[in-house]
Design a protein around this ligand. Structure first.
Ligand SMILES: [Fe+2]
Length: 363
């Protein structure tokens, strides 16, 4: 990507510099928000704002938004909250909502937002080429931005990967008192169960949920990271977690967390069958987006090769793009087969998943 800087521009002819500064605008937010007191830079044609409602809580996103601001001159304003709260806010704001883009950490919530009529179709060759069909809405109401697999991690000292096979096998008597997993209120678990309901039906999924509950090392509590800490502490031997949390532990600044990460083996379940459950963090342009074009531009930016590599390297998420490598840690876990279920199917089973979890006594 060509570098644009004030210094390089200053060396150019003034007229050319003026034209280029409009194209590059790589020095930060638009001059309306500039606090430098310097001569205001000419406004790039596309300058303005994009208002993002985001459930994602990662430092990586902040870095990418800043880069987008520098490249386009469009200010990214972010409201962070849980996906359900953001969806409710969009409903109550209606046509006067300032939101342009809804970002969630789970396809299920995008499907829910779409079912409420909160998203609008986007046609973009860039998005359609970058995001595989099963990871986006068929009419462009939302697009996956990153992939995460929900895997089984195991304590490398106490479990051999040969003892593991499928999600279903975690219900076998050998795992009595050894399985750690977070609450069923968590959307990652709801989407995993929704995928099982889509493939195997409700009765089989009910049996699975009951089987896992009876093998739990303790009643569900804490985050995915907490499950791995409990595996390392010997509370249980295996846990169901999202892959990027392993990466965040292995690369943590806290030595104790790094030690926990090092103890975890990563196992992709169901490799002889449908493949490991994957979900996406994704985004959709809101129905009443006041800055629709900017929202589409941000979406396209987030699936470009650089952004996809940043998601992979800094947040340990799998790129949605096939042509961007996943990074050394993720690649060290080996290739895996991912469940090809279209993620738009997850949403339709989400309510059933919640009911099944409740009936199984999975807190
Ligand atoms: Fe997460």
């Amino acid at each position: 990507m060509p570098q644009c800087s004030r210094r390089s521009l200053a060396r150019l002819l003034p007229a050319l510099a003026l034209a280029l500064s409009a194209a590059c605008a790589s020095e930060g937010p638009p001059s309306t928000e500039s606090k430098s007191g310097a001569q205001p830079a000419p406004q790039p044609k596309s300058a303005g704002v994009v208002n993002v409602y985001s459930h994602r809580h990662y430092e990586t996103d902040k870095r990418l938004f800043t880069k987008f601001e520098q490249e386009t001159g469009i200010s990214v304003r972010v409201v962070k909250a849980g996906a359900d709260a953001l969806i409710e806010r969009l409903v109550s704001e209606g046509a006067s909502s300032p939101a342009d883009l809804l970002i969630t950490a789970d396809a299920g919530r995008l499907v829910r937002a779409d079912a409420k009529g909160l998203l609008q179709p986007v046609q973009s060759e860039i998005l359609e080429q970058a995001v595989p069909e099963n990871l986006r809405h068929p009419d462009g109401h939302w697009f996956g931005l990153t992939q995460r697999a929900r895997v089984i991690v195991y304590n490398k000292e106490r479990v051999q990967p040969s003892e593991l096979s499928t999600y279903a096998a975690l219900t076998e008597p050998a795992w009595k008192g050894r399985v750690l997993v977070r609450s069923s209120a968590n959307m990652y678990n709801q989407s995993l169960l929704a995928s099982m309901i889509a493939h195997d039906g409700e009765a089989a999924s009910q049996a699975w949920a009951e089987g896992v509950v009876s093998n739990m090392a303790r009643p569900p509590k804490g985050s995915d990271r907490d499950q791995m800490k409990a595996v390392a502490a010997g509370v249980g031997d295996v846990a169901i977690v999202n892959t990027y949390y392993v990466g965040l532990l292995v690369n943590s600044k806290v030595p104790e967390e790094r030690a926990v990460g090092e103890q975890m083996g990563v196992f992709f379940p169901d490799q002889d069958g449908r493949g490991a459950h994957v979900n996406v963090s994704g985004a959709g342009v809101t129905r009443h987006a006041p800055n629709r074009d900017n929202a589409v531009q941000l979406l396209e930016f987030l699936v470009n090769e650089d952004s996809q590599a940043t998601f992979a390297q800094a947040n340990y998420e799998f790129p949605v793009r096939a042509d961007v490598p996943a990074g050394s840690l993720l690649e060290s876990w080996g290739d895996f087969k991912a469940d090809a279920l279209p993620l738009s199917n997850l949403g339709m089973h989400q309510e059933t998943a919640v009911r099944v979890f409740d009936a199984a006594g999975w807190r």
